[in-house]
Design a protein around this ligand. Structure first.
Ligand code: FPP
Length: 263
């Protein structure tokens, strides 16, 4: 019985390795964006407090970050706290604000070892000082790393980001340093917090919710969307691999009639 189980396990690992190799031989999405949803429901199913779900979700962040890095993904943007999440109970907010510190203090050596670079989009100024300090420290220490960019969206809202970009351009027009005719897609992109990142190719949202919730509205214009019922704490390498396999089956046309176009 045990031998049979072990044989099955070995076969599963072999199959996973084969799938990984196959996926690596095709186009890997440069930038994957994830709305990590379902922590609260995961905890509720286990009669645990919501924060236990967030804590478990943090472990998934580690797992998926390492896997995405190993797969050759260039940037991974994780929606960790939205501008709307301030409406949650104080205790939950405090817990969520502690997670970057816990994550980065625990895993910084591993991130360094794997060459992962930590970045953030969102309004850093409104974060508690300990959260800001932890993120800034990790950004500073990892800034020369050349592997995956692990980009946390913290206190991030796409509409606020767009309003900010529009105001900046309006001020430049008013001061005469920018002409209205010079405003184009490239310029708008350059004003966004993601200006230095490749455009997201793939958006994943977990937990069965099918909406964008104010996440990268401009940037996701041509991304492929994958929605899964799996709750974020249960999301694993197999789910992520499946998402990349599904992405690779999609025929990206970017508005043209030909398949697999580049934008
Ligand atoms: C949404 O699930 C999730 C969040 C608002 C927080 C996401 C945060 C993490 C996964 C941990 C982040 C880790 C680091 C290192 C920053 P929900 O609470 O809305 O779940 P529900 O819809 O089931 O209630």
């Amino acid at each position: 019985m045990l031998r049979k189980l072990m044989r099955k396990k070995t076969a599963d690992i072999q199959l996973l390795d084969e799938r990984i190799e196959a996926v690596k031989n095709r186009q890997i999405p440069n930038h994957v964006a994830i709305i990590m949803d379902g922590n609260g429901r995961w905890a509720k199913q286990r009669k645990m407090p919501r924060i236990a779900g967030h804590h478990e979700g943090m472990k998934t962040v580690r797992q998926i970050t390492n896997f995405a890095n190993a797969m050759g993904v260039k940037a991974l943007t994780l929606y960790a706290f939205s501008t709307e999440n301030w409406k949650r109970p104080r205790m939950e907010i405090d817990f969520l604000m502690n997670l970057p510190g816990e994550f980065l203090n625990t895993y910084l050596p591993e991130l360094m070892e794997k060459g992962i670079k930590v970045e953030m989009i969102g309004d850093m100024d409104a974060l508690p000082s300990h959260t800001e300090k932890a993120i800034k420290k990790a950004m500073e220490q990892t800034k020369e790393n050349k592997g995956l960019i692990l980009n946390f969206a913290m206190n991030y809202g796409s509409r606020v980001e767009l309003v900010h970009a529009m105001k900046e351009m309006a001020e430049e027009v008013a001061s005469g340093t920018l002409k209205v005719e010079e405003i184009d897609e490239g310029l708008i992109e350059s004003k966004l917090m993601t200006a230095h990142l490749p455009e997201p190719d793939l958006l994943i949202r977990t937990s069965g919710e099918v909406r964008l919730s104010n996440f990268m509205l401009w940037q996701l214009a041509y991304a492929e969307f994958i929605f899964t019922d799996v709750l974020w704490p249960d999301y694993d390498e197999d789910c992520f691999l499946q998402a990349i396999e599904d992405f690779q089956k999609r025929n990206r046309r970017f508005g043209s009639l030909e398949g697999d176009q580049k934008r």
